[in-house]
Design a protein around this ligand. Structure first.
Ligand SMILES: [Zn+2]
Length: 200
């Protein structure tokens, strides 16, 4: 497990055959992208669409969407058309660009760092071992779960032994466990057609 697991924002694009393509992006991408699937990378044609740029996560925002004048109100975030300008995007946001629907994901990952009393507070104890942390000690910080912030601190060795084991322990504070399924976009509702409503 590396640092920042799952923190790179990912764009999900549904192909015409129903399959989901996902592309992590570390720099600005343009939507709509080339429509062929599978996607090897997005073609950036921002003029008629939206530019999506990852940002350092703040207030749950993980990216920003820049709507250009040519795309004024042609791009919708979670069903609401966006005016020209910059708009924050959060995990599990939906973007409709023309007739294409994209989803954004960017779950927080487990943060691995060194204990620093100035950053993490004085007198911090490992959640599992209850051992007092020493400055510079390797720690891991629980990312929390969907809708549940956490931030509890563990000694790295304790996290690895208990949280990443074959039968992972749950975080006593928030219930996070490493085997949890990764977020996926919701399935689209089947379109009802007139034919489908009429008897055979
Ligand atoms: Zn937790």
């Amino acid at each position: 497990m590396g640092n920042d697991k799952g923190r790179t924002p990912t764009i999900w694009d549904r192909c015409d055959d129903g399959s989901q393509q996902r592309v992590g992006f570390a720099a600005t991408i343009g939507l709509p992208a080339d429509e062929h699937c599978p996607i090897d990378g997005f073609d950036i044609e921002i003029g008629a669409g939206v530019a999506v740029t990852p940002i350092r996560p703040t207030d749950d925002a993980i990216a920003v969407a820049l709507v250009t004048p040519a795309a004024d109100h042609a791009v919708a975030r979670n069903g609401i058309p966006l005016p020209v300008g910059l708009h924050p995007l959060r995990h599990a946001d939906r973007l409709d660009v023309g007739d294409r629907t994209y989803w954004l994901s960017g779950q927080k990952g487990v943060e691995e760092t060194e204990y620093d009393p100035d950053v993490h507070g004085e007198d911090v104890y490992c959640m599992l071992t209850k051992a007092r942390l020493a400055p510079g000690q390797s720690i891991k910080i629980c990312p929390g779960r969907e809708g549940r912030e956490c931030g509890v601190i563990y000694k790295s060795a304790a996290w690895d032994m208990f949280m990443e084991s074959g039968t992972p322990t749950k975080c006593p504070n928030c219930g996070y466990h490493s085997g949890e399924a990764e977020w996926e976009p919701p399935q689209p509702k089947p379109r009802r057609t007139l034919d489908g409503l009429l008897p055979d």
